[in-house]
Structures are given as structure tokens and as C-alpha cells.
Design a protein around this ligand. Structure first.
Ligand SMILES: [Zn+2]
Length: 365
């Protein structure tokens, strides 16, 4: 098939920014290495763990460093075709790529349900580094049960607990490192809740009304019910109608549900660690998070949003993902599309760096 080459100029400024992203991943490499060394000295790591860490460090160290290129010596053109991305959870470069790909995958659902989207935050009390591994797994199990109540599949006294029509949701784990071995794991959830009138009628004052950094808050009946239900779930207590609705001697954990604001995507698909994934993360926190997040699904969809998946490890990229990836790789620069004769290019006195993408001519618009 006849092909055309769409080329984009990679300016020196862009190339410097790309190198800057790569340099930041060095920090993560050092953190892995320090963790490995200290694990070996203290005999805390098994041979298998050491080997798997070594591999991760190698991949991380090579992330976006080497490009598959085509050089046309006569015409002084170098075309950057492909790069290698390590996809490590702690790689700043890949974190940004993952966020962007995920956001791209979420978009069609957000658009489809834009009038009935809510943002729910669910928290549990702070825990220690020793507890956080089990805590986030327990939270994930409890959340799955909670979804059953939200969707009306789990009933209380034979009836659905909530009146809205929940079509699905999407949760993302975030862990805030508070220092001194304290961690604050919480879920950010986007939920499609249909008729939201019951959620916007906020009239209840409780122990969460005065929370640090927020205005005085009122809660809806739904929020207060979930606060109790979430507490019962986390603490393994009976989820009877009496306990959920009537028994006020029991506890609650914070739950806030607000109408989804389009600019909230940052928080919804946030880095798993508050702030930048590696900058400013103490070695001890890095170690704790590394173990906590092993084989943990940070992102999980339910119902209509079940198929929205994060790019994990060996995750395949679809054609749309590649397009989004490409936008990221070129740092959002507008492409310079042109056809140029080799004759003209031959008179340039240095290389022009180009990013090339071959595509069939019949796809040209
Ligand atoms: Zn990477």
C-alpha cells in the first residue's frame, strides 16, 4: 500500500523537556536501589524479590531514554519512530502517561453520563505503615459490597437502600503520606447516580461537619447512610436496618458526595500517592507504598464503568491509546505537517529532528 509520512518537528525546547522528564525518573531509580541495598543488608528480601526489583530498576532506568530512529544522512533528517516506556508505578514519566491514557478511556463514559455524575470520597482513619497493606485490601473488599447496595442488588429488609438509579462507578485509591509512619488511604469515586435530587438536599449536621480545611458542611441522608454503612463494613459489623438507620450509638467514617465538576479529573485519577509520585517521598514511605501496591488494583470500575481499565504492567494499548500517548510524547505541541523535498532538506547544516508516523494514504483527511 502506498504510504505517506506525517512528520512533526521536535524543537530543541521540546527535546529538553523530554530529557527533563527522563531525568526525574532517576530519582525513582535511586529509591529502588536504596530499598534494594537496605533490604539485602537487613536480609529482608528474598532472592526472587531482589531479582524482580533489579528488573524494575533496569526498565525504569531505560524509560523513554532510547528511541528507535531512522536517519537520512544525505538529507540530514532523523525520524524518531518509537520509544520504550517502563510502565512502572513509581516512574514519573509513565505515571503521567497512564493518567492520560486512563483519562482518554474514561472520556466517552463521562460524556455519556455527564448529567448524573457524582464524586464520592470515602475515608477510613489514618493507619500505620504496618497496617496500610491490609487496610487498602480490606477497603477494596468492602467497597465491592458497598457497590451492591448502591446498585440496589443488596437489599435491606427486602428493599433497596437508596432511591437513585446507580448505573456504575469507578474508584481510585489515593494514599496520603502524613509522615511519622502515618498513612491516610482513601477512595475517590465517580458514580453514575441518575436522579441526584436526594443527594443535593443537604440538611444534616454531624461530627464531619467541621473538618479541617473545609467550610461548615451539611450532609444529605444518602451521605449519612453511607457514612454508617461504610463504618459497619470496615469494622465487620452487622448491616441490619437497625444498625444502618436507627442505632445512633455506632460510628461513622467520612463520606462526601458532590455533583461532579468537570475540572475534577485531577483528583479522580490522581497519582496513587498525593502529589508527585517520587519527589519528596521519604525512603520509608517509598518502601511502604512499594509493598502496599504490589498486585493491588489501584483503579477499578463497576457496572457500566467496569470496562474502563488502567494500564497496568503488561496492559495492551489500543489505537486510541496510542493516539493519546502520542499527544503526550509530543507534550501537546501542535504538529508541523509538511512535505519537503530531500533536495531542500539537504542544504540544512544540521539535523532536523522529526517524529514520523507512517499511515496509509487513504486515511488522510
Ligand atoms: Zn517509565
Amino acid at each position: 500500500m502506498e504510504t505517506m509520512t506525517k512528520v512533526r518537528e521536535l524543537t530543541p525546547d521540546y527535546r529538553m523537556r523530554m530529557a527533563g522528564n527522563v531525568a526525574r525518573s532517576e530519582n525513582a531509580v535511586w529509591q529502588y536501589q536504596r530499598m534494594m541495598v537496605s533490604g539485602i543488608i537487613k536480609k529482608e528480601l528474598s532472592w526472587d524479590e531482589i531479582q524482580s526489583m533489579k528488573k524494575r530498576v533496569e526498565r525504569l532506568a531505560g524509560c523513554n531514554k532510547i528511541w528507535d530512529t531512522e536517519t537520512y544522512e544525505t538529507s540530514n533528517v532523523k525520524v524518531l519512530l518509537r520509544t520504550f516506556l517502563c510502565k512502572d508505578k513509581f516512574c514519573p514519566n509513565c505515571q503521567a502517561v497512564k493518567r492520560m491514557v486512563l483519562w482518554n478511556r474514561l472520556q466517552p463514559y463521562m460524556e455519556q453520563h455527564k448529567d448524573s455524575l457524582f464524586h464520592m470520597t470515602l475515608t477510613v482513619p489514618d493507619c500505620t505503615g504496618e497496617e496500610v497493606y491490609d487496610t487498602v485490601r480490606h477497603m477494596a473488599d468492602c467497597f465491592k459490597i458497598l457497590v451492591g447496595y448502591l446498585e440496589g442488588n443488596r437489599k435491606v429488609r427486602g428493599k433497596a437502600l437508596f432511591l437513585f438509579d446507580c448505573k456504575g462507578c469507578f474508584r481510585s485509591l489515593e494514599i496520603k503520606c502524613k509522615g511519622e509512619n502515618l498513612y491516610h488511604p482513601h477512595f475517590h469515586v465517580v458514580a453514575v447516580l441518575g436522579n441526584g435530587d436526594v443527594l443535593e438536599d443537604k440538611h444534616i449536621v454531624n461530627e464531619f461537619s467541621r473538618s479541617k480545611g473545609h467550610d461548615y458542611r451539611l450532609f444529605s441522608d444518602v451521605e449519612v447512610t453511607i457514612q454508617r454503612l461504610w463504618w459497619l463494613l470496615i469494622n465487620g459489623q452487622r448491616r441490619s436496618y437497625h444498625n444502618i438507620v436507627e442505632n445512633d450509638s455506632l460510628g461513622r467514617y467520612s463520606c462526601v458526595i458532590d455533583k461532579y465538576q468537570p475540572d475534577e479529573c485531577e483528583r479522580l485519577i490522581a497519582y496513587v500517592v498525593k502529589g508527585s509520585p517520587t519527589v519528596g517521598l521519604a525512603d520509608e514511605d517509598f518502601r511502604t507504598l512499594y509493598h502496599t501496591l504490589q498486585n493491588y488494583r489501584q483503579i477499578q470500575g463497576y457496572g457500566d464503568l467496569y470496562h474502563v481499565k488502567s494500564v497496568e504492567g503488561t496492559g495492551d494499548y489500543s489505537e486510541q491509546d496510542y493516539q493519546a500517548l502520542e499527544r503526550y510524547i509530543i507534550n501537546g505541541e501542535q504538529p508541523v505537517c509538511q512535505y519537503e523535498g530531500t533536495g531542500r532538506l539537504a542544504y540544512d547544516n544540521k539535523y532536523i529532528m522529526l517524529r514520523g508516523k507512517y499511515q496509509p494514504r487513504n486515511l488522510k483527511h
